[in-house]
Design a binder for this molecule. Structure first.
Ligand SMILES: C[S@@+](CC[C@H](N)C(=O)[O-])C[C@H]1O[C@@H](n2cnc3c(N)ncnc32)[C@H](O)[C@@H]1O
Length: 222
């Protein structure tokens, strides 16, 4: 991490970094969900599924899932982000919560959608995060998760999306997608689909230089 202080990888810092950019992030992303990606995930699920949107941001995917007839709740570690999702979506189905300790019973969901949120967990803790997502999935339930590809961890600067004068968001990148798949498998998931996704240039323009390549995985709780 190039001499960055260790605390920039902490959940507290991530929550604070998102509190600072919550409105700016929502301005870019709330009306811009990747519907194709979300619908490809939904294709693995029955109608009227119970879905959890992990690290839901402004709630654009939770809202998309409602529009497709599913029941969905969103959780996010940033208080300001969760409150913004409630306000923007006009519904209260969003809570401040960490994915490391989800306040839901075992097997509560048919599907878990974790879009661009797991990269905020350092690689040493990612197994615990995936185990928690596994716990709340029903047997046979489907997980979508993605992580950026690249060399090691990175912290955003204001040249990316961070607020001026602050350390930005911590991102765990993976140099080898197989390493990430190995953690998923050891957590009890069967990988049913995976592939690299080169981020669209209009999206990159907002996302800075963290990574142009993401690794998308669909997996089933075995
Ligand atoms: C890059 S944003 C993605 C938001 C949305 N899923 C999307 O695709 O636009 C990552 C989100 O994950 C949330 N997040 C980061 N760490 C988290 C954690 N430990 N538990 C829950 N949410 C977390 C952040 O607050 C942020 O809203």
């Amino acid at each position: 991490m190039n001499a960055l202080p260790e605390w920039v990888a902490s959940a507290e810092h991530t929550a604070h970094a998102y509190d600072l950019i919550a409105d700016r992030y929502a301005d870019v992303w709330f009306t811009n969900p990747d519907s194709d990606l979300a619908d490809a995930f939904l294709a693995h699920l029955p109608e009227r599924s119970r879905l959890l949107d992990v690290g839901c941001g402004p709630g654009q995917y939770t809202r998309h899932f409602w529009s497709r007839g599913h029941t969905a709740v969103g959780i996010d570690i940033s208080q300001r982000t969760a409150a913004g999702a409630r306000a923007r979506c006009g519904r209260s189905m969003f809570a401040r919560m960490t994915m490391m300790a989800l306040g839901f019973p075992d097997a509560a969901f048919d599907g878990v959608w974790a879009c661009a949120s797991v990269p905020h967990i350092p690689s040493g803790s990612v197994g615990s995060a995936l185990a928690e997502l596994h716990r709340v999935l029903a047997p046979g339930g489907t997980l979508f998760v993605n992580v950026p590809l690249g060399l090691g961890a990175r912290v955003e600067t204001p040249a990316d999306f961070a607020q001026e004068g602050t350390y930005g968001r911590f991102f765990q990148r993976y140099s080898d997608a197989e390493d990430f798949l190995a953690v998923l498998r050891s957590t009890g998931f069967d990988v049913v689909d995976s592939g690299e996704n080169v981020v669209r240039s209009d999206v990159l323009a907002h996302r800075g230089t963290i990574s142009a390549k993401w690794f998308n995985v669909t997996a089933v709780k075995s």
